[in-house]
Design a protein around this ligand. Structure first.
Ligand code: 1HE
Length: 268
């Protein structure tokens, strides 16, 4: 069953269907530096709940304006004067959204410009591929604000940069940018010029893979990280059993066999 995505339902997100099954989801509150209020989180839950069953083949996740995302909406948080239980539930909604992204099986390419900070970095780290440029900078200012990460940074940012760098970022507010950000693993691509154009190109390339292969890549790998090595190896065999025998792959295998299929060559 294929579900439909009604773009007009979204306000804080701008949701657009491009060709080839590539969708662009843009955080659309540039005047607030795309800070994540609860309404934005609910729209992310909404979109990424439906996307895997709506024929979405890849997503470019972008931010309007000069900055990708300023993290938690600090003004909303201040105004609402939340109880511990209230904020726990807020964080659980963030996890709902970000888990649907990471485990949903639809490739998400994040186009990161300007500030990618606090919850903005938590959001970016839920994507599968991150593209930065010379404007991009990453930080976790929670420590300075009297806060702690609540949107999965302890897991996902630690996965990217390692425990000691994660703790340093939180303690000292260290900012990573440029080549150093690449070297510590915060992004896979650093481009000159538009991160959006580069992310679109990657999304289009990704969308040419068979959806079941992409589902496994953008779901199974993350699940397997949570398993013991023995269980992960078993799960890998089961997933490969399903994916590697899919009827749609036969034409690609036949093309390799008759030598019309592309060969893997080193970059020129
Ligand atoms: C905001 C937010 C926000 C901007 N919540 N409204 N996150 C932070 O600590 C980052 C806080 N933000 C900043 O450091 C800066 O705003 C930026 C570096 C992102 C951008 O600077 P700049 O000079 O371009 O903009 P600005 O003048 O600081 O802000 C422009 C407007 O955006 C202004 O609103 P206005 O109505 O006065 O025009 C700001 O109030 C608003 N704005 N950032 C709300 N974050 C699940 S736990 C997650 C924990 C966290 O994420 S902690 C948050 C960390």
């Amino acid at each position: 069953m294929t579900l439909q995505i009604d773009s007009s339902r979204f306000t804080n997100l701008d949701v657009k269907d491009h060709d080839d099954g590539v969708w662009v989801v843009t955080l659309n509150r540039a005047e607030k530096r795309n800070a994540l209020d609860i309404a934005t989180i609910e729209e992310l839950v909404d979109f990424f709940s439906v996307a895997p069953r709506a024929g979405v083949r890849a997503v470019v996740l972008a931010g309007a304006g000069d900055h990708f995302c300023a993290g938690l909406d600090l003004i909303e948080h201040h105004d609402q004067d939340r109880s511990p239980a209230d904020f726990m539930h807020v964080c659980l909604r963030w996890h709902e959204a970000f888990n649907k992204m990471e485990y949903g099986g639809v490739p998400i390419i994040a186009a990161l410009q300007g500030a990618v900070v606090g919850g903005g970095l938590e959001l970016a780290s839920s994507a599968h591929v991150r593209v930065m440029n010379e404007t991009t900078y990453f930080a976790l200012p929670e420590g300075q604000r009297g806060l702690f990460t609540g949107g999965g940074a302890t897991i996902r940012v630690t996965d990217l940069v390692g425990k000691s760098r994660m703790i340093d970022m939180m303690l000292t507010g260290r900012v990573y940018q440029g080549q150093e950000a690449m070297e510590v693993g915060l992004a896979q691509y650093c481009v000159e010029g538009s991160v959006y154009d580069a992310a679109m190109e990657l999304a289009r390339k990704t969308a040419q893979n068979l959806p079941l292969s992409n589902f496994a890549i953008c779901s199974a790998v993350s699940h397997m990280q949570n398993m013991s090595a023995m269980d992960a190896a078993y799960a890998e065999a089961v997933v490969a059993g399903v994916v590697n025998t899919q009827p749609d792959a036969r034409a690609r295998l036949a093309a390799f066999a008759d030598k019309s299929g592309a060969r893997v060559r080193r970059n020129s």
